[in-house]
Design a protein around this ligand. Structure first.
Ligand code: AGP
Length: 620
């Protein structure tokens, strides 16, 4: 989604802002722009398309400017044209925006009736014109004073409905930039005689690791050496600096062709560090404190709700299936976008677990807020520190997967699955005295199997050439089906999502048992069916489903143990086997991540920034 960035200091700002925008590219965008303040004049450039289009215009900006703002736009209101790109500039103001002004239509009508005309189709220009009008009103009342901008900001925010982070240049105040936050992220970076701001810290982490995260309902005035934060009643608010634990090298491709491939290959390291943090290897038990189990009154829980979107939602099947199996407690797994509006009954005996890589997904955040308002205990599994979802949750379990830049989630998904599984085991181990359901199974043997996971994944990624060769046989297909059972149902969903996201091939995931209830009508020799068939208790059933596909001239690509499945398959994507079904699902999905990656690569799509997609979905 939109990325905002800004700089004020002593240096030529345009390149710093452009570099910041490069860092935010991964969020997804379709046009971009920069505005700078030079000698009291606002100069700006905008371009539709990728940043290389904007780069061609950089010479139009003065080298002497030392403050400015930049934006990558993911179109919501109005096409991704140059005119709709930000910054929007009028009079003494330039403004960039991440979010959506929901009442922009009514506000625009009112402004038009007052004689104000618009050039773009965006909700953002409405916010700009509203700010300009409010500024004029304040001037009329109290006379000219540069600090009137603060009152104008407050008056404007009182009229806006929706979500927004704004970065504002006000040419009357060349030594300052104004920032406003309500519902979408905004961080300020403090350097030596320079200040940065951005939607996320990756935009400025190469310059400074000291940051302030604004809260909803706050605005800030920043200069090269100061930060003043206010609430929307203009009361000063104290701000806290935090140290960012991110190295700028983590934001590089590190020799890989794409971030996605790099992130797939990082999975042994990511999972091994999760295991080290959350499992006590000496005693083969969960580190309950690290999981925050002491913060949840596990025994008082009567209902569990797991919420997320997209890949995060699919990872939630691990908690649902594992927790239900281990504890007998029913788990409601639900898309956050549905949960938030459905009026689900919650009370202090409900536990709501939100899962999110970015920690900023608008639907998940709103659903979590709903849960809090209704008295539920809240917990989140997240990757990004200081993001909005962990700020809301009573306890946050970080997967610490490092920055995930590829829009298609890979290492975050397996990180989520592992964290979810450990959480389920942790809750079950706390409950076991009461229910005793799980004592037969034995937690320590499950945990011991985990220790093999990183080396098994190493085997998959180092043998990836074989997956590449097989993908070459199928890259031209227009439709795929993915099927799986049990823990592998969610992997069928996730595998299909990965393929469609980055290759633009239509792919659907189904529970293998559902095939005959409809999708089998699609089967012919043109549709490859990717069957997830590990050596688990469902093996004979899934094998029968594969036979059914084969009997109808379908082309079966099996994911599993070659020796056992090759006779039913046209091709086999080999996958190492492990007894535990949830750990197996991690291995299987990595094979599918690579399969999707190589197909997309062969089709020549933009693997890291697929069309229309955003990494962090900060609007509904
Ligand atoms: C994953 O490949 C997708 N890009 C998408 O489905 C994503 O998982 C979803 O938008 C949720 O994001 P989050 O984990 O940051 O909340």
């Amino acid at each position: 989604m939109c990325g905002i960035v800004g700089y004020i200091g002593k240096k030529n700002c345009k390149q710093i802002i452009f570099n910041g925008l490069k860092r935010l590219e991964y969020r997804g965008y379709d046009s971009a722009g920069i505005a700078v303040l030079d000698g009291g004049n606002i100069e700006f450039i905008k371009a539709s398309g990728k940043l290389k289009e904007l780069e061609k215009l950089m010479d139009q900006l003065p080298n002497s400017a030392v403050s400015g703002i930049g934006h990558t736009r993911w179109a919501t209101h109005g096409s991704p044209s140059t005119i709709n790109a930000h910054p929007h500039v009028f009079g003494k103001l330039a403004l960039i925006h991440n979010g959506i002004i929901e009442n922009y239509g009514d506000l625009k009508t009112g402004l038009e009736l007052a004689g104000i005309s618009f050039h773009s189709e965006t909700d953002t220009e409405v916010a700009l014109m509203m700010l300009n009008k409010e500024l004029e009103e304040v001037e009329k009342q109290v006379g000219h004073n540069p600090s009137n901008i603060k009152q104008a900001i407050i008056n404007t925010t009182s009229k806006l409905k929706g979500t927004y982070s704004f970065g504002v240049i006000y040419s009357e105040e060349p030594d300052a930039l104004y920032l406003v936050k309500h519902g979408t992220p905004l961080a300020i970076g403090k350097g030596e005689e320079e200040m940065f701001f951005a939607s996320d810290v990756s935009a400025f982490v190469e310059y400074t690791k000291k940051a302030v995260f604004l809260h909803d309902g706050e605005f800030a005035r920043i200069s090269s050496s100061s930060i003043e934060v206010y609430n929307f009643s203009c009361q000063p608010v104290e701000h806290v600096f935090v140290d960012i634990n991110m190295r700028s090298e983590e934001l590089e491709k590190g020799g890989y062709a794409h971030y996605m491939l790099k992130e797939i290959c990082e999975q042994p390291m990511v999972l091994s560090s999760i295991i080290d943090r959350l499992v006590d290897k000496t005693n083969s038990c969960i580190k309950e404190e690290a999981l925050g189990l002491d913060k949840i009154d596990v025994r008082g829980i009567r209902s569990v709700h797991v919420i997320g979107c997209g890949t995060a939602f699919y990872s939630g099947y691990t908690i649902k299936y594992a927790l239900e199996e281990l504890t007998g407690i029913s788990v409601n797994l639900e898309l956050a976008s549905e949960f938030r509006y459905r009026g689900v009954h919650l009370d202090p005996s409900s536990l709501v677990i939100a899962i999110s890589q970015s920690g900023e997904t608008a639907d998940t955040l709103a659903a979590l807020k709903y849960a809090k308002e209704h008295g539920a205990k809240t917990y989140c599994v997240c990757n990004v520190y200081y993001s909005s979802i962990p700020r809301e949750a009573d306890f946050s379990l970080y997967m610490d997967a490092g920055p995930e830049i590829g829009v298609a989630s890979t290492k975050a998904f397996t990180g989520m699955v592992l964290c979810n599984y450990l959480l389920a085991i942790g809750i079950a181990s706390r409950l076991k005295d009461k229910k005793n359901i799980y004592s037969k199974v034995g937690f320590s043997s499950m945990l011991k199997q985990m220790y093999y996971l990183p080396s098994l994944i190493e085997g998959i990624v180092s043998g990836r050439e074989e997956i590449k060769e097989i993908s070459n046989k199928y890259y031209n297909s227009s439709n795929f089906l993915y099927i799986g059972r049990g823990s592998h149902y969610s992997i069928a969903l996730e595998g299909a999502l990965k393929l469609k996201e980055i290759s633009y091939i239509h792919a659907e995931g189904y529970a293998a048992g559902e095939l005959k209830h409809g999708p089998i009508a699609l089967i012919d020799s043109s549709i490859p069916v990717v069957a997830l068939i590990p050596n688990d208790r469902y093996f004979p059933k899934t094998e029968s489903n594969m036979e059914e596909v084969k009997a109808r001239d379908g082309r079966v690509i099996g994911v599993g143990d070659r020796e056992k499945i090759s006779k039913v398959c046209e091709s086999v994507l080999r996958c190492p086997q492990i007894e535990d079904p949830y750990l197996q699902s991690i291995l299987s999905v990595i094979v599918l991540q690579l399969f999707a990656y190589y197909i997309a690569n062969r089709r020549g799509t933009d693997v890291d920034q697929p069309r229309n997609l955003a990494k962090s979905v900060t609007v509904e």
